[in-house]
Design a protein around this ligand. Structure first.
Ligand SMILES: [Zn+2]
Length: 303
């Protein structure tokens, strides 16, 4: 087991050197009771390819050589709910489950569906990388990528004006308090502009951290230390050790960011020259009009 400090230095050096991150990601998106627009396939593929590369190159996460993101879209809300009940306990618009893959409700607007797809794929990718960040980081990252925008060959993530207005109006929790929020501490807290409290508060800080190399180093260190310890004291220590001036200065820098005019962030393309983006032909649907579910070695089709 490497000494934690040495591991941290190696991680930092790796990030500075722009470690090449190899590996492919393959999106297989099909519709159960609806057509998937080709613009949706293109835009979601652009976003999750960048997101996968970002997690590898910018946060130093390691993925299996080939990540398959298999998602089925269901337009009929009742059909979706009937299936989702088996996997998620709360009302949802999309989820990933080991036996069912990704299942998303095709929402009234294509933009909302694409956002959900990218949000849920963010959670799926962190699972694939084998890391469990604090809940607010996990939801914050998903919310950041959900706000993607494709412009030609470029992909941007835009700051959310509702969250900025909320923060400027005195909403949200302090950085100090957020860093100390354990995964079980969120019950009973008021919702924010993005819905549940961990989503809104997590987004508010993560959207700032992704704008700079220093912020990405801090995020990577928070994830690494919390993953090993499940301790919020380690989250605070990660900030004290990586952010110049520690938690107190991060609070001031974060406030200056949302008080000013936050700019969109462009997601870089992968630095790994060997990365191949597979323009995968979506596999033939094995369950036309239904959902394929794997149970052990068996494959069954459900409604
Ligand atoms: Zn989420």
């Amino acid at each position: 087991m490497p000494h934690p400090l040495r591991a941290s230095l190696l991680l930092t050096l790796g990030l500075l050197a722009g470690t090449a991150h190899a590996g492919t990601i393959d999106l297989q998106l099909s519709g159960v009771d609806t057509e998937v627009p080709s613009t949706m396939k293109f835009e979601v593929r652009s976003a999750i390819t960048r997101m996968h590369a970002w997690y590898g190159d910018q946060l130093g996460l390691t993925f299996p050589p080939r990540v398959v993101v298999q998602v089925r879209l269901i337009a009929n809300r009742a059909t979706y709910d009937a299936l989702a009940r088996n996997y998620v306990h709360e009302t949802s618009v999309g989820f990933f489950a080991p036996e069912a893959g990704g299942v998303m409700w095709a929402q009234p607007t294509q933009a909302a569906t694409e956002g959900t797809l990218v949000h849920e794929t963010s959670h799926y990718l962190l699972d694939e990388a084998g890391v469990r960040p604090p809940k607010w980081v996990n939801e914050g990252l998903a919310e950041v990528f959900e706000r993607f925008r494709v412009a030609g060959n470029a992909v941007y993530v835009d700051p959310d004006p509702r969250v900025l207005a909320w923060l400027r109006g005195g909403g949200g929790m302090s950085v100090e308090r957020l860093l100390r929020m354990g995964d079980g501490d969120w019950g009973g807290l008021a919702d924010g502009p993005l819905g549940r409290a961990p989503h809104s508060n997590g987004y508010a800080l993560v959207a700032f951290l992704v704008t700079s190399p220093a912020g990405k180093r801090t995020l990577a260190e928070i994830i690494r230390r919390y993953d090993g310890s499940r301790s919020t004291a380690e989250v605070v220590a990660a900030v004290e050790d990586t952010w110049r001036g520690g938690v107190r200065q991060l609070e001031l820098d974060w406030r200056a960011w949302w008080s000013g005019r936050p700019a969109p962030v462009q997601l870089p393309v992968a630095t790994g020259a060997e990365r191949v983006v597979e323009a995968s032909a979506d596999a033939a649907d094995p369950c036309p009009g239904g959902i394929m579910i794997r149970r052990g070695s068996e494959t069954v089709c459900s409604n």
